[in-house]
Ligand binder design. Structure first.
Ligand code: PHE
Length: 481
């Protein structure tokens, strides 16, 4: 690998990984999940999972990228050879690429909505509007395939342009502008909500912990969320890790990523719920929290249009810094494997994902129910794609943990990780036992959602996997010639 494929600065990986981690997961998903699951108890489980499962797998995934120094698919191929493991582990790379492709398709559609709201806020069209008007506005956005396609297209083109310019001129330079701006905006929004909202009520809601609120469903959602928010199992972290200089501490960086990511989720949660409580609105609004409740809160407050617009720019920036990390693993693979130029590779990836995203677009309107798709899969295309990623994501994490903890030559892993032998044993215990057990648990959660035609496919996948994992753990391959 040539030297130019390493980040320019020691801190760039941290910047890029935080950019990937901080996204709709923090600003949109975390607050609404917390709101639906009773606040503090949810956050406690979330924090525990980040520590015991998220960080160990994050470390493992960065390590896979950095030792292989290639895109996830090619990198995994390389590692199975050099560590003489079963080639079945290559599936980690393919699974990551497939998940990145799937996630980008709907992530871009949802991010597109914030483009719409940035515009609506800044032009003042929502100022003073009542709940009904704002709710109807969201409904009519969802009802319009053309408008949604327009925003989806704009968002994905913006992301593609950044990745197309390369890891230095595009991703690094882009993030160096976007990320600091995001932190400033987040603080501005926090300040605004302290002044105009009810921060005391928000803090009480987020940090009051009551065991009774801890439903099993909430537990499982908290664990799923910790994967999503750390961008685990999708090749994004592995791809960025491939460009990480060898002398940067893996462990310390992983802790920093998790810390910043969690801090952003909490600050965003505080700011958002302060606005919601301040305006006397409901917390458990589900996905509509960001696109209905928040615009409503802003519409009633001083300078609401301006700060609301700035808030949606924050959402947009956070989404872009995440979507570029979804494009990179697949684009880098196309460059390495098929000798494409980077712009070509990016175009292929985003065009495919864009087209798939149209299925998400129509899921909210023309295909919302009663189509052949519903008959076959029992749900809308969007729900289907989301379900697939909910299966692939923990699966990818599980395989990464097992591969790093059991299949790789442990002396080399220890060398790559650095740090003290004591810490290495702790990490290894977590990836060998705790993380797989926890992930299997999350995995089981999706089972009740799997029905109809999906059930045999899911069953077959589980059996093939179990056999493959069992075999690959037992069999060491002969050294490559
Ligand atoms: N972590 C991102 C978020 O919280 C989502 C994401 C997942 C991005 C996987 C890249 C890869 O929004």
């Amino acid at each position: 690998m040539s030297g130019q494929n390493v980040w320019t600065h020691k801190g760039t990986f941290l910047l890029a990984a935080v950019g990937s981690a901080v996204g709709l997961g923090n600003l949109w998903r975390f607050p609404y999940l917390t709101g639906e699951n009773g606040g503090g108890a949810f956050i406690l489980v979330y924090a525990l999972t980040i520590f015991a499962v998220g960080i160990p797998i994050l470390i493992a995934e960065i390590m896979l990228g950095r030792t292989s120094r290639q895109s996830p698919i090619m990198g995994m191929r390389h590692l199975t050879r050099t560590h003489q493991t079963s080639r079945a582990w290559e599936s980690i790379g393919w699974l990551g690429a497939a998940s990145a492709f799937l996630i980008l398709s709907f992530y871009s559609v949802v991010a597109g909505w914030s483009l719409h709201y940035t515009w609506q806020m800044l032009t003042g069209s929502l100022a003073g509007a009542d709940a009904e008007t704002i709710g109807a506005g969201f409904d009519s956005l969802l009802a319009s395939p053309w408008l949604m396609t327009l925003y989806h297209t704009l968002f994905i083109i913006l992301s593609a342009l950044i990745v197309g310019m390369g890891i230095h001129k595009g991703i690094e330079s882009g993030l160096r502008i976007i990320m600091p701006a995001l932190f400033v905006i987040l603080l501005v929004v926090l300040g605004y909500s302290i002044v105009n909202g009810d921060i005391g009520a928000a803090a009480e809601f987020l940090f009051t912990f009551s065991l009774a609120d801890l439903s099993l469903e909430g537990w499982l959602q908290a664990m799923g969320q910790s994967f999503f928010t750390l961008s685990l199992g999708m090749g994004a972290i592995m791809a960025y890790g491939a460009y990480m200089p060898s002398d940067v501490s893996l462990t310390r960086t992983a802790f920093a990523v998790a810390f910043v990511d969690t801090a952003v989720a909490l600050v965003a949660g505080l700011a958002i719920f302060a606005l919601v409580f301040g305006a006397g609105l409901e917390t458990g609004q589900g996905p509509g929290l960001m696109f209905v409740t928040i615009p409503l809160a802003f519409s009633e407050m001083p300078f609401g249009s301006l700060i609301g617009g700035v808030f949606f720019i924050l959402v947009l920036g956070a989404a872009i810094s995440s979507s570029i990390s979804l494009i990179e693993p697949v684009a880098a693979f196309l460059v390495e494997r098929f000798d494409r130029t980077r712009p070509q590779a990016v175009a292929i990836m985003t065009l495919g994902s864009w087209a798939l995203g149209l299925l998400t677009v129509v899921s909210f309107n023309v295909w919302s129910e009663g189509t052949l798709f519903h008959t076959l899969f029992g749900r809308s295309a969007f729900d289907f794609i989301e379900l697939l990623t909910n299966i692939f994501m923990p699966l990818g994490g599980l395989l990464i943990a097992l591969f790093a903890g059991w299949a790789l030559t442990q002396s080399e892993v220890a060398k790559e990780l650095g740090g003290s032998p004591g810490w290495f044993s702790v990490w290894r215990f977590l990836v060998r036992f705790i993380a797989p057990a926890a992930v299997a648990f999350v995995f089981l959660r999706t089972l009740p959602q799997v029905d109809g035609y999906l059930l045999p496919a899911f069953g077959a996948l589980t059996i093939v996997l179990a056999v493959a994992i069992g075999r690959s753990l037992l069999v060491k391959q002969p050294p490559a010639a």
